[in-house]
Design a protein around this ligand. Structure first.
Ligand SMILES: Cc1cc2nc3c(=O)[nH]c(=O)nc-3n(C[C@H](O)[C@H](O)[C@H](O)COP(=O)(O)OP(=O)(O)OC[C@H]3O[C@@H](n4cnc5c(N)ncnc54)[C@H](O)[C@@H]3O)c2cc1C
Length: 447
């Protein structure tokens, strides 16, 4: 099935987190998210080219959502009124003295990372793909992996937003205390982010290698050692045969450091050719493996700049659980393998360091992320999600805001102790609820 066909067959189903709505009521050509599982509820897309134009757009709108690179699977970026894309705000400014870079609201990591590297600097981490915007990724607490790596939003040092009244709000870490911690992961609901300032560090090299077939028994016995074996580690499984299919280890190389890879890793075997996490997929899109050193931005993501990541015809779900109960949670999900595996392309396990960003899935909790890349079979997947959520109940799972879940608000609320403060923040800056949409209403206000 090619992408167009997939859009045709799945575009009528809108995964809403909680609800489905039938698409097709569009007047003009339907606009969809990247995966095609969601048809946006409006054709009114504004594309201002300056901060003043963003202010005018926001001021005149009755209801509005910012749109990034359209990579969320949930309806978090959707609107029934207007959307605003900042793709024309693409400036990037490096401040070497402050060790920060400031990017416009439309800049993607795929634009920023090579540019930054060429100037001798790097970010602390990246997601599995670089083609997402900094503003959109930070708004949903998008993450990579690494026991000591916070999500991508933890690199934010300052930000500039246009709030509901058209005013400009500038916030900086340290200067704005709790307000800043509430604003960084704001799910697109506090305002339109026109500039984000990120902490940078000197550029570095990374080498990655892949091991195949790590038994779950060994994974359980050496859980911490496995995830501590690299700067960023991803464990993939199809939930069959009580084993991980692949372990991707990304090592940060210091100058003159050894780059040796043992042929065995807790019984798993070192791959001698490049592998895609999804069996049978071409490896053209995948970043270099086999221990070949390369720049951070071409190794930390699994997928190369400009290439189709993952399958391209897929759905995604992810739950963050407490790291110290991570393997227990893995075994709980494994019990559902007969239901999960037939619908699944692959599961990925990653780690995220805790942070203090109110609405982050890793808020004050070192986390294991259990991710599912599903085949584009929403009616079936929708039935399995509540089963997984029930299995994970003892671990108070926090679903990724940008991916698909069915957890009701009553179960989300206790996971976010700062939710009352976040609601108060939104009420203060957006009393008319200009930036609310159905996803936000259902996820944060329906309980
Ligand atoms: C193939 C694929 C791989 C992925 N891999 C990962 C991964 O490795 N790790 C991970 O954590 N997630 C991953 N994701 C999920 C993805 O990173 C998030 O959904 C992310 O939010 C998408 O960013 P975007 O630029 O596409 O924003 P969108 O999806 O367009 O928007 C996301 C949110 O950001 C808000 N927003 C966007 N721009 C602005 C702005 N200027 N101001 C205010 N709010 C704004 C929107 O309103 C919305 O609420 C993946 C998704 C795909 C499709």
């Amino acid at each position: 099935m090619d992408k167009r066909e997939f859009l045709k067959t799945s575009g009528a189903l809108v995964a809403d987190g909680l609800l489905q709505r039938v698409a097709g009521a569009q007047k003009a050509a339907p606009r969809t998210n990247w995966a095609g599982n969601l048809t946006y509820g409006t054709n009114d897309l504004q594309t201002p080219g300056t901060v003043d134009e963003v202010r005018a757009t926001v001021k005149s709108a009755s209801r509005l959502r910012a749109l990034g690179a359209r990579h969320s699977f949930s309806s978090i970026a959707d609107s029934t009124h207007e959307q605003v894309s900042l793709e024309r705000l693409d400036e990037m400014t490096l401040d070497e003295k402050a060790r920060t870079v400031t990017v416009g609201g439309g800049v993607k990591y795929s634009q920023l990372a090579p540019w930054l590297d060429a100037k001798g600097y790097a970010l602390h981490n990246l997601a599995s793909l670089p083609g997402i915007t900094v503003a959109g990724a930070c708004a949903t607490a998008t993450h990579g992996s690494g026991l000591h790596n916070g999500n991508l939003a933890t690199a934010v040092a300052a930000m500039e937003l246009v709030t509901a009244d058209g005013g400009v709000l500038k916030l900086a870490k340290g200067k704005n205390g709790e307000l800043f911690l509430g604003a960084v992961v704001a799910l697109g609901s506090l305002g339109v982010v026109t500039r984000t300032t990120l902490n940078v560090q000197p550029t570095y090299q990374v080498a990655q290698s892949v091991y195949q077939n790590l038994s779950f028994d060994e994974l359980g016995k050496h859980f911490e050692e496995v995830f501590a074996s690299g700067y960023s580690v991803s464990v993939f499984t199809d939930w069959e045969h009580h084993r991980a299919t692949q372990v991707w280890i990304k090592r940060r190389l210091a100058e003159n450091s050894a780059n040796d890879w043992q042929p065995e890793f807790f019984g798993a075997k070192l791959a001698t050719e490049k592998l895609h996490p999804l069996a049978g997929h071409s490896t053209e899109s995948v970043t270099e493996q086999e221990g070949k050193p390369g720049p951070w931005y071409d190794r930390l993501p699994h997928f190369r700049i400009g290439q189709t990541p993952s399958s391209g015809q897929e759905l995604q779900t992810e739950y963050l659980v407490p790291w110290d109960r991570g393997f227990e949670a893995v075994l709980a999900v494994e019990k559902l393998h007969r239901h999960v595996s037939p619908l699944l392309f692959v599961t990925e396990l990653r780690t995220i360091a805790p942070d203090r960003l109110w609405m982050s899935m890793a808020y004050e909790r070192p986390s294991l992320a259990i991710h599912f890349t599903w085949k584009p079979m929403w009616p079936e997947v929708q039935k399995v999600l509540p089963m997984i959520e029930e299995q994970l109940r003892p671990f108070a799972p926090r679903p990724h805001w940008g991916k698909l879940f069915t957890l009701p608000p009553a179960r989300l609320e206790p996971c976010y102790t700062q939710l009352p403060q976040f609601r108060a923040l939104l009420a203060h800056y957006d009393p008319q609820r200009k930036f609310r949409n159905r996803f936000v209403n259902q996820s944060l206000y329906a309980s």
